[in-house]
Design a protein around this ligand. Sequence first.
Ligand code: ZN
Length: 271
Amino acid sequence: MRYVSLVTCLLIVAAASVMAGPWTALKSSWSGNGGAAASQWADERELGPYLLRSEFPLHDVQDLVRDLGDLQESIERSLHLKCQPQAIQIHLFNSKRSYDKYLRIRVPEGVNRQALYVPGTDADRVYAYRHRDLETDVRHETTHALLHTALPYVPIWIDEGLAEYFEVPAALRVKGHAHRKELQTAIRFQHWKPGLEHLEAKRKLMDMDGKDYRDAWGIVHFLLHGPTEARKALDVYFDEIQSGSAPTPLSDQLRRRIPELDQAIVDHLMK
Ligand SMILES: [Zn+2]
């Protein structure tokens, strides 16, 4: 699963040293030889703020390409935020081996990770390789990239919760994420409680384990699809982050507005 800690995504906060080529000189045909560095990409396409570079024909991932076109609007509509992406390069590799080889000299911290989002001064970059969950990985990492253009910083737990939320196709976001059934099982058999303050105490990606990703998704789902007061608390939280001041912890906002918050989250997730 993508939220197994050792193979899940990595946000690299430092600006990347990766210097890919300029956005011009695009090619859209399948070359297939992969010989010199300049011809590594079999397919390249500009799509709004994205530059997609792929070692295989983008025709193979048409659904993903379409979803990327809709992702920014979905995030803005759902979160009441305005993303301002300048340039997001999305690199798709044919295999884990090819992905590791490319990253080893450019983003060595990212080798052995399943997918990456790397902020940069010239462009933000997403890296992923072809496997069963490629499309999920790319939506997840691109959500990070877009969110970070809308907010000056994004606390790690909600950054991951939102990326988990938007990683599935739009039609599956309300009822179709695997985390929903996982949490319903945990509620039924393991007396699961949300633990929002526990998540808020996380400071680094490495502090987040697989259950934290799942739990962050559950709280995000409550914020977006739960009671109106939860939605208002999220708006205030984002407003405070955008003001540049340290925000009131979201747990404080929520507990002031929603009596029996933990039970309300549990009840929401069991619907
Ligand atoms: Zn992530």
